[in-house]
Design a binder for this molecule. Structure first.
Ligand code: UFG
Length: 320
């Protein structure tokens, strides 16, 4: 099976690529290498291009020739940046998706796994969200992910594309120590960084309506997430359908619980400082993962301890 992975040199993408490769797939990575790193994709073939550039439609279509499926992870994903550069986020994420769909149609590739996000829900009224919870994104990043799902659905209806959209919750951990998250943009690495320097981690608000006052999230191991992509790919038929799944564990942990787990895994303890709430943080965001379990038989098998321990091992190995 030949699979094209856009964003395959990034943190999540590299896990998907390695899993596909170990299962004998022929993998082609499309990545602009703005965050991705070529040394993370092993023997997969790399095509370096920015999907969103309209002049790249030809090379993109060529790269898809003969592929059986696409896993589309390439996107910008920083919420704060999306608020300061909204048009660029639309150009990159929505423009990139448009180009990809045009190229897939032209190349006759009819299977897609699309990387969506819990950011599509925004600040839901309920703590545990099903796929039917209304989508009310509160930032341009989340909006682009909603539009991406809509585009995928429209392509399914128009020309028979089969799509699975996966709404990722809080992804962390490392499946292999050399594939840790190189960015310091999410809670786990944002605790590691100060702690490694003997400084206190920061907690953004302890006055939320949650049991310990800190925000509760559903942390999913990147390896479980990567496996969800492969499961989705294998289950997909040629029927021109669009299935949407939450990818989470159904279990929430507070920021304080995550920080305590980092102290345990690292053996380092510097009491955290409590800062003001961060704008736009929902107090609770937990996946109801029932639909993906029933439809695909996927469920997360790794918990917070393994997430943090694997991330810490990878943190110790990170280069640069
Ligand atoms: N947090 C801290 N201190 C830090 C870093 C984070 O207290 O130093 C808190 C945040 O306020 C939040 C929680 O830890 O309550 C998790 O924060 P992250 O930034 O790791 O993750 P978010 O839940 O804010 O966002 C993640 C992804 C987004 C995606 C969103 C979907 O990073 O891309 O989930 O819900 F949009």
């Amino acid at each position: 099976m030949r699979v094209v992975v856009t964003g395959g040199a990034g943190y999540i993408g590299a896990h998907v690529v390695r899993l596909l490769t170990t299962q004998g797939c022929d993998v082609i990575v499309l990545d602009d290498l703005s965050f991705g790193r070529a040394d993370r994709i092993g023997s997969a073939r790399l095509v370096t291009l920015d999907l969103a550039m309209t002049t790249n439609l030809g090379p993109l279509t060529d790269a898809l020739a003969g592929a059986d499926a696409v896993i589309h992870l390439a996107a910008r994903k920083q919420v704060g940046e999306s608020m300061s550069r909204p048009a660029w986020y639309y150009q990159q994420n929505v423009g990139g998706m448009a180009q990809l769909l045009l190229a897939m149609e032209a190349a006759g590739v009819r299977k897609l796994v699309y990387s969506s996000s819990a950011a599509t829900y925004g600040m839901p009224d309920v703590g545990v969200v099903t796929e039917d919870t209304p989508l009310r994104p509160i930032n341009p990043y989340g909006e682009t992910k909603v539009v991406g799902e809509q585009m995928a659905g429209a392509a399914a209806r128009a020309w028979g594309l089969s799509v699975v959209s996966l709404r990722y919750f809080n992804v962390a951990g490392a499946g292999w120590p050399d594939l840790g998250d190189p960015a310091v943009l999410n809670l786990v690495p944002m605790v590691f960084e100060p702690l490694s320097a003997g400084e206190p981690p920061r907690i953004f608000g302890d006055d939320h309506p949650t049991p310990d006052g800190t925000c509760v999230r559903d942390y999913v191991h990147v390896m479980d997430l990567a496996e969800a992509h492969l499961t989705a790919l294998k289950a997909m038929d040629d029927g021109g359908t669009h299935a949407i799944f939450n990818v989470g564990t159904g279990r929430g942990y507070s920021v304080r619980e995550v920080v305590a787990e980092v102290f345990r895994a690292s053996g380092l303890v510097v009491p955290p400082v409590v800062c003001p709430r961060r704008e736009g943080d929902p107090a609770l965001l937990i996946a109801d993962p029932t639909r993906i379990r029933l439809a695909l038989g996927w469920e997360a098998s790794r918990g917070l301890e393994e997430i943090v321990a694997s991330a810490w091992a990878a943190w110790g190995q990170r280069a640069g």
